[in-house]
Each structure stands twice: as structure tokens, then as C-alpha cells.
Design a binder for this molecule. Structure first.
Ligand SMILES: [Zn+2]
Length: 149
């Protein structure tokens, strides 16, 4: 980004705040002339359909993804990082390039991203979303994590 005043490419971000789930405000400063300004960034909604396990198809809803992460990450990951994880998931969903994605695929993507951030949050997430049928399958998941350490 160029400085609006001196037009040099010497702008750094000094503060970042989520105005809401879809809007980010960044406070910026030109390192050369020290001019300060803010930018508002709107996240473009991801346009994809989601097919659910019960066969129904609905519009992708970012809030559902965020809510799912929030429940799993309660008291462990702050809300800004949760938005980051949702962003990361959307980037991957977009990369797949299909008009319809299954809710299972979204779950897998989010699980993978969560695993990199916080293992407890990851386990909580998969335990809800994978609906472990038995204690042994949950234990298997735990063992996989232990092995990867
Ligand atoms: Zn400047």
C-alpha cells in the first residue's frame, strides 16, 4: 500500500481491529513521512453452496464456521485468531474451486487448521463434529496426536 501523502511504499500497520466479523479496520503509518491513516477492509463473502449430511443444500454461512470454532476454542483461542482460522478455511475452500462443498469437507479443513493452533480445541472440535461413536475411536484420535508430537 502506498502512503496517500508521500506516495511511497513505506506504510506499516500499527493497529488492527475487527469492526465486525466481516470488516477489519487497520491503523497505518507511513514510516517515511509519519503520516497516519486508517483503512477499512471488507471481507468478500465466500460464494459456495454447502451440502449437508442430511442431503440438504444451503448457502455457505461463515458465522456457522466461526461459531463451531468458538465452541471448540472456548477460553483457549481469542476471537481475532478464530477469525483468522475462518479466513484460512475460506481460502482453502476457495482453492477447491467447486460450487458445492460438503459440510464434511469444511469440517475437515477447519479441524486441520485448529490442530495447528491448539490441540485441545482440535479435539473438542472433532469430538463434536465427528460424533465419535465410541470411546475407542476418540482414543485413537488422541493417539494419533501423541504420535505426531
Ligand atoms: Zn508518507
Amino acid at each position: 500500500m502506498l502512503c496517500p501523502k508521500c506516495k511511497l511504499d513505506t506504510v506499516s500497520v500499527i493497529d488492527k481491529r475487527n469492526v465486525d466479523a466481516r470488516t477489519i479496520r487497520r491503523r497505518r503509518k507511513c514510516d517515511k513521512c509519519l503520516y497516519r491513516f486508517s483503512t477499512l477492509e471488507n471481507i468478500e463473502p465466500l460464494k459456495v453452496m454447502v451440502s449437508k449430511t442430511n442431503g440438504s443444500v444451503e448457502d455457505y454461512d461463515r458465522q456457522k464456521v466461526v461459531r463451531g470454532i468458538m465452541i471448540a476454542a472456548k477460553d483457549r483461542i481469542d476471537s481475532e485468531k478464530i477469525e483468522d482460522i475462518a479466513d484460512g478455511a475460506e481460502v482453502q475452500i476457495e482453492k477447491i474451486g467447486d460450487n458445492i462443498i460438503t459440510s464434511k469437507m469444511i469440517g475437515n479443513i477447519v479441524a486441520r487448521l485448529l490442530r495447528q493452533k491448539d490441540e485441545v480445541a482440535y479435539l473438542r472440535f472433532v469430538s463434536v463434529y465427528k460424533n465419535f461413536s465410541s470411546l475407542s475411536s476418540f482414543k485413537k484420535e488422541l493417539e494419533k496426536i501423541e504420535k505426531n508430537k
